[in-house]
Design a protein around this ligand. Structure first.
Ligand SMILES: CSCC[C@@H](NC(=O)CCC(=O)O)C(=O)O
Ligand SMILES: [Mg+2]
Length: 368
């Protein structure tokens, strides 16, 4: 395909309720949406970077800047190319995986729409709907937490994930396990908030039959995750640490992780995410699809990814209403604890351009 232009759309969407993690509290999702204009049609991609560099070093302003100054010009100068060559065309730029992922997703969307092929078909989906979990933020108090969790259980979510941090861990986990019973899946996500000094706290969570503990230590500290995995019963799952297929293989082979949270934006794109899936599957490591509070654009692609065979655990692929009163696309709605995999060409969803304009928080930047 020939790339004619890249449009950077900055939008801000209020969250239906604040979302608090060990690294901060969000009340709105500011995000970068990309539209590519090519000779074979348009495509949309969602950059999952947060407004501030708190989950990872990437953030919205930096993603927009690196696309405008480095990644976009490289693609615009590349002449005819295909979506599978995007990562190599951009490999001279170090890092900025979420920005690269958004560009690749938009170009893949344009290409697959022209071919009449859905993301799910292209990735190798083996199911037509995916089991859904839900991520629950740190609450002001236990009653508020239990009220929120009760709502999700009533909606039919198949797994509850609780954000934890030192001082907010054992008590909320015990209360939620007591509320939901022993059968429903329960896991925690620390977003790197603990250290080896917290071993007793982390070991105490073993009594609650958790599916996993996600990213207890800092991203770079693979050795401490290896150490923890030998000290506790709960399986260790990595998120922030897994930035590529090679890193995933290294972490698995060193015994740092026995379950992997796959996020296309974190690893540089959906094509790399499929490679991470394949590498985990070859090593008998179950994976699940993580979330970054995506709108329907990114959510559609995540649901397609989660339909691959190795995604055997419910992911953070919640319905649109988990975060937003209104979605940028047709809403994703939970049916019997599942989301249906879009079957339309490309992402299979349609961006409501009037909302992109209404929710704009900066003027559109077009790179030619
Ligand atoms: C603002 S926190 C984003 C990263 C976080 N994501 C979630 O907890 C799931 C968010 C979602 O449901 O999209 C994670 O570390 O897994
Ligand atoms: Mg996580």
């Amino acid at each position: 395909m020939l790339l004619h232009a890249i449009e950077l759309h900055r939008i801000a969407i209020p969250l239906v309720r604040p979302f608090e993690t060990s690294f901060g509290r969000e009340t709105e999702r500011e995000l970068l949406l990309i539209r590519v204009r090519t000779d074979i049609g348009d495509g949309w991609g969602e950059c999952v970077a947060m407004a501030a560099p708190l989950y990872s070093s990437e953030y919205v302003d930096a993603a927009a800047h690196v696309i405008e100054r480095h990644l976009g010009p490289a693609l615009l100068a590349a002449g005819p190319f295909t979506a599978v060559t995007v990562s190599s065309l951009l490999s001279h730029v170090v890092g900025h995986r979420m920005a690269k992922a958004a560009l690749e997703a938009a170009l893949l969307d344009a290409e697959l729409r022209q071919w009449g092929v859905s993301f799910g078909e292209y990735f190798g989906a083996v199911r037509d709907r995916v089991e859904c979990g839900v991520s629950v933020g740190i609450s002001p108090d236990i009653p508020t937490l239990l009220d929120e969790v009760s709502g999700y259980v009533a909606e039919g979510y198949r797994r509850i994930k609780l954000k934890v941090k030192p001082g907010w861990d054992r008590e909320p986990v015990a209360a939620v396990r007591d509320l939901i019973g022993a059968e429903l899946g329960l896991q925690v996500d620390a977003n790197t908030a603990y250290s080896r000094d917290d071993l007793d706290t982390l070991k105490a969570l073993d009594e609650f039959g958790l599916l996993l503990i996600e990213q207890p230590f800092v991203e770079e500290d693979i050795a401490s995750h290896v150490w923890l995995a030998s000290k506790i019963q709960t399986p260790v799952c990595l998120d922030e640490s897994i930035t590529s297929t090679d890193v995933a293989i290294d972490a698995i082979e060193r015994g740092a992780t026995s379950i992997v949270n796959i996020k296309a934006g974190r690893v540089g794109g959906y094509l790399e995410a499929v490679r991470v899936h394949d590498a985990c599957r070859e090593r008998g490591i179950p994976v699940w699809c993580g979330g970054m509070l995506e709108t329907g654009v990114g959510r559609a692609a995540n649901v397609a990814l989660a339909a691959l065979p190795g995604f055997t655990l419910p992911g953070d692929t919640s319905g649109s209403s988990r975060y937003y009163a209104e979605d940028l696309t047709e809403p994703f709605e939970l049916v019997d604890g599942h989301l249906v995999v879009p079957t339309g060409a490309g992402t299979g969803v349609t961006v409501r351009e009037e909302l992109v304009a209404d929710w704009a928080c900066a003027s559109v930047v077009t790179i030619r």
